[in-house]
Design a protein around this ligand. Structure first.
Ligand code: MG
Length: 381
């Protein structure tokens, strides 16, 4: 029986993780759950999965939950308690699906204890890839990606030699604005940006898909996960989202992993690896897919993707600046404070304004994240 600690249990990945655990209740047990404030759904999850503890970041919501469900499990409150739980509680697998930079610190705690990390929080590797990968090695921890593209590559690499990999090919749906002109970004509404053609996800990542920043972050994530230089990581648009990513080898052979756009599969793989367990998820109906296309991404149109490739080359704290600026810019767009077209402009401003530190330690990364947020929050448009 493996105990799973889920960070962000009411988000899309968290809910899907619990769907997987429900299928394999003879193998997995919920150790703990964390949420920001959605205690109504958390209460249902507590009743069904009976975790040993839960952490609610919002302190007044935690108080409310305590009076409703405090007799079923321990209710803790505040972000610090997430860190404490990751550092001290009993669990085997950390499923990190908190959105954004705040996923980094608890993931570091789990890595220090040599745990398996089922990593859905790509920002952890984006902002601190070098530190994280060194720490994983030093503590014999294990990162199994949950991000569908990286799960696909991970699966394609089983039994292969990394020296024989020519390049990784990350697929991208292209998001809701794939067939729009760049001028459309001036007037794109929130509803239009949130209307992803294939994937149902949280708001932040859905906007990241519309700007294609999500793919940029994924290129950085892939660089650290698989230890390959960015020159050997490419992006191809595949609007059907059936091929989740590919690996091309030195002999020209390409391996791909296919499946429906459903996060349950990569989540299950990250929990059960190296085993594959039989499930009853919907199967891919290949003859029903009568259109299977690929083309180059447009870097001029999707400026966020270009910015992401630039920061990989510059390195230092620039990926951290890119990520923090993007988090605040997307939040501003979600709140109606800026236009869709202004998201890359704000990130570019932050990259020009905030000083880059090469080979940063973890304190420098936290400080860089804080300073960038402050800058982008106070930069009006
Ligand atoms: Mg992905």
């Amino acid at each position: 029986m493996k105990k799973v600690f889920i960070l962000g249990s009411t988000g899309s990945i968290g809910v899907n993780t619990l769907n997987v655990i429900r299928n394999f209740s003879d193998r997995f047990k919920v150790a703990g759950l964390t949420v920001n404030s959605r205690i109504d759904l958390l209460e249902q999850q507590i009743k069904e999965f009976k975790p040993e503890f839960v952490v609610v970041t919002d302190k007044s919501k935690a108080k409310e939950l305590k009076s409703n469900a405090g007799n079923i499990c321990e209710v803790l409150s505040g972000y610090d308690q997430i860190l404490n739980a990751a550092a001290e509680r009993d669990y085997d697998i950390l499923l990190g699906s908190i959105v954004g930079f705040s996923g980094l610190a608890p993931t570091l705690e789990a890595i220090k204890r040599g745990k398996r990390i089922a990593l859905a929080n790509k920002e952890t590797l984006v902002v601190a890839g070098e530190i994280v990968t060194k720490l994983v090695l030093a503590n014999s921890a294990q990162i199994i990606p949950v991000d569908s593209e990286h799960s696909a590559i991970y699966q394609c690499l089983i039994g292969e030699n990394l020296n024989e990999v020519e390049k990784l090919i990350l697929t991208a749906s292209g998001g809701p604005f794939l067939n729009k002109d760049k001028s459309f970004f001036e007037t794109a509404t929130l509803d239009e940006a949130l209307n992803h053609p294939n994937w149902k996800m949280g708001n932040k990542i859905t906007i990241d898909s519309a700007t294609m920043m999500n793919k940029g972050l994924e290129v950085i994530e892939a660089k650290w996960l698989f230890g390959l230089p960015v020159e050997r990581i490419s992006v191809v648009i595949h609007p059907q989202s059936i091929i989740h990513s590919m690996v091309q080898f030195v002999d020209g052979s390409i391996k791909a992993q296919l499946g429906l756009p459903d996060m349950k599969l990569p989540i299950q793989y990250a929990l059960t690896f190296p085993e594959r367990l039989k499930n009853d998820f919907k199967r891919t109906d290949l003859p029903a897919i009568n259109n299977f296309t690929f083309f180059e991404p447009d870097f001029d149109k999707f400026e966020c993707l270009k910015l992401a490739y630039n920061v990989i080359k510059t390195g230092g704290t620039t990926p951290c600046i890119l990520n923090a600026a993007n988090e605040i810019a997307v939040d501003k767009f979600l709140k109606g404070m800026i236009k869709f077209s202004q998201i890359p402009c704000l990130i570019d401003k932050a990259l020009n304004y905030i000083e880059n530190h090469s080979e940063p330690d973890i304190e420098t990364i936290f400080e860089c994240d804080r300073a960038t947020r402050e800058f982008v929050l106070s930069t009006s448009y």
